[in-house]
Every structure is written in C-alpha cells, then in structure tokens.
Design a protein around this ligand. Structure first.
Ligand SMILES: Cc1cc2nc3c(=O)[nH]c(=O)nc-3n(C[C@H](O)[C@H](O)[C@H](O)COP(=O)(O)OP(=O)(O)OC[C@H]3O[C@@H](n4cnc5c(N)ncnc54)[C@H](O)[C@@H]3O)c2cc1C
Length: 337
C-alpha cells in the first residue's frame, strides 16, 4: 500500500517528471483512514487522476492516491435514481455507464478527465451543466481525526469552479464517495450551449437522446481540446475572472469590445481566454512550454517542460494580463510544490 520513490509522470496530465518520496494508494475508506492516521502522511497531497494538478519538480509532501472503486444504485423510483460512486472511478467511465443504464444528467460532462472524488472540489462543469446540477451528497474523511462526515449540496457551497473544499475545508478532508441524482424519464436535455445543437443537426438528429448529446460533446471536445496523452495539459489553466460592476464599467471605457457575462449578483464574468489573446500570448511558445494556438486558456507541455517551467510561464501570463487589464488571473490548476 505504501511505496517509496514513485515516479509521478503517468499520474499527471501535464506529463511532467516528478518523484514522490512516499506514495500510498487508498482503495477503501478504511485504507484511507489508516494512511491518514500515519504521521508520515499528515501533510500529504491528495491525488485523483492528476488532470488538474501541476507537480513542481519534486513535491515536498507524500502523496495519497485515492482509488476507491464502485458504482451502486442506492435509491430508485419511477423518475429518478440516486447512485453512489467511489472517488477512484474515472469520471468519463461513469458518464458512459450512466448512459448505458439509460440515465440522464451528466451527458454534457462527457470526456472531462479525472476521477469522481475530485469532481466536487471545483464543481466540474462544461456545456452549460455543472456537477451541482445532479449532486446529492458526498462523504469524506477528516484528515485530523479520520472521522467520516457527509455533506449535502447546500453544505458544499458550490460556485463557479468552486466549493467549500477549495475554501473552508481546503486540505482538511478527503472525499471517499459522491452520490448523484440522475433522471430516468421526464427530463430536458441541455443542447443550447456551444456547438451541441449544430453538431446534432449535422447528423440529422432533431430529437436527441442523452447518448446523442454525449456523442456530440465527445466529438466537439475531441476536435477542440488537445489530448493530454499526446500533448501534456490540464485543460483550462486559469479561471474566468469575475469583476465588480464598477471595475467592469472602468474596463469598458478602455476596452469597448470586452466580452462579458453578467452574473446573477450584478458582477461580470470575463473570458480569461480573451484577455490572454489580447495581450498577444495565444499560440506563443517559450522553450518546452506554450499556449495552444486555438485555446488561449490551455497551457501546453511540448514534451520536456518541468513543472517549474510551466509554473514560471503561468506567472508571466498572469503578469502580462495584470499589467494590461489590471485583472489578476487565478489558476484553476492546483499546484503541488
Ligand atoms: C484536457 C482537459 C480538459 C478538461 N476539461 C474540463 C472541463 O471541461 N471542465 C472542468 O471542470 N474541468 C476540466 N478539466 C480539469 C479536470 O479534468 C477536473 O478538474 C477534474 O475534476 C480533475 O480530476 P482529477 O481526479 O484528475 O483531479 P486531481 O488533479 O488529481 O486533483 C485536483 C484537486 O482535487 C484534489 N483532490 C483530488 N481527489 C480528491 C479527493 N478524493 N478528496 C479531496 N481532494 C481531492 C487534489 O488534491 C487537487 O487539489 C480538464 C482537464 C483536462 C486535462
């Protein structure tokens, strides 16, 4: 269960070289409690699929890889089903499983890399759907005393790429399972976002099934996003910044065409990709690190970048955007340094 000197290269979608002095795998909640109770793992880094993690060379902390399996139906009636899923289940495999069962709710979240346990951390989202739309509850182990607790949706305080696990409970708990409420019938599919509708129509699909929507999302994503197996990346590196109305009005006087999305509370979300493109960084490459030529939010490892190279490059992107727009981009990616 506990190994020494483990290479992390295949455990991170950036594909950077890093080594963990101590590496433990938790295959059950009991395993996890035992490992967390071991003094050597008190400050350990929790690792799922490593698709939202940047290892800066040699991480100082030991690593706990959460690999709890299992998908179980725990509630069912004529309309809904509630499933309990182990943290180590691959997210996309869960989506495919749910479609095979005829369940609806997570088809728009097809092909998001990573594991189920990390999904609540940043409330994963894509194509107009977020985890919170289907989330029922999750259980976790407290790192300090290994007790187990379960939170419902309200307690998780989900927001845009945000939750209590990135704030009050950051580094304090490890999620062991997640329950989702999916629909068996009487559902509405969300096809209005991005190019889904267009993709469906190009296949002459006017009354799509959840599987059709998933196929459309898979096709769009595969054409758009670089496959981490071929070109190391972690999807969007930065979050879209949200600015106050006052700051937005100021920005608008200098940048009349700034794209924006008004938020329910009157703040404005600005696409980080636009900001990065405006400062001339889209498609720029510096040594082994760069920004994708079609996606200004995707930082790339061309093969031999170190975690530190990627980190330094991301700091230079932040600095350029801040100098030009007075907006500090916040990384979506988690730094294990
Ligand atoms: C090509 C590509 C496309 C992507 N597209 C999207 C997208 O469309 N939408 C989106 O939201 N994300 C996207 N992502 C980001 C990523 O897929 C998600 O953030 C995913 O949930 C990360 O899962 P993971 O298991 O790989 O997390 P990891 O990278 O292993 O961990 C991420 C964070 O969660 C913590 N963590 C992991 N597991 C647990 C646990 N069980 N308990 C407590 N903490 C834990 C880690 O310590 C770390 O801080 C994309 C990434 C890539 C590479």
């Amino acid at each position: 269960m506990i190994k020494q000197g483990v290479s992390l290269k295949t455990y991170n979608s950036f594909g950077v070289v890093a080594k963990a002095d101590l590496f433990a795998v938790a295959k059950s909640t009991e395993d996890l409690q035992l490992i967390l109770g071991d003094r050597r793992f008190h400050s350990a880094w929790i690792l799922g699929g490593g698709s939202n993690t940047l290892f800066c060379n040699a991480p100082k902390q030991p690593i706990i890889h959460v690999n709890i399996a299992g998908i179980q139906i725990i509630e069912e009636d004529t309309e809904d089903v509630v499933i309990l899923v182990g943290s180590g289940v691959n997210w996309h495999e869960l989506v495919l499983w749910s479609l095979e069962q005829g369940f609806r709710g997570i088809e728009n979240l097809s092909l998001i890399p990573g594991n189920v346990g990390a999904a609540p951390i940043q409330n994963i989202g894509a194509y107009g759907v977020e985890l919170q739309d289907v989330f029922e509850k999750c259980s976790f182990v407290h790192r300090n005393n290994q007790t187990i607790e379960t939170f419902d949706k309200a307690a998780c305080k989900f927001g845009y790429r945000d939750s209590i696990f990135k704030n009050e409970l950051k580094n304090k708990v490890v999620i062991t399972n997640v329950s989702l409420r999916l629909k068996k019938k009487n559902y509405n599919l969300n096809t209005s976002y991005g190019a889904i509708e267009q993709e469906l129509l190009s296949n002459n699909i006017t009354v799509p099934s959840p599987k059709d929507v998933s196929d459309a999302v898979i096709k769009i994503r595969s054409n758009k996003l670089p496959d981490p197996k071929q070109l190391g990346n972690a999807g969007s590196f930065f979050k879209n910044p949200i600015v106050s109305n006052t700051q937005f009005q100021k920005l608008k006087t200098s940048f009349a065409d700034i794209p924006h999305y008004i938020q329910p509370n009157g703040n404005y979300k600005i696409p980080a990709a636009w900001l990065i493109e405006q400062v001339g960084l889209k498609g720029v490459r510096k040594g082994e690190v760069g920004i994708h030529k079609h996606h200004a939010l995707v930082l790339l490892n061309y093969g031999n970048a170190s975690g530190q190279d990627i980190r330094d490059f991301s700091l230079s992107v932040q600095e350029k955007v801040q100098n030009h727009f007075n907006i500090l981009l916040q990384p979506e990616v988690n730094f294990c340094c």
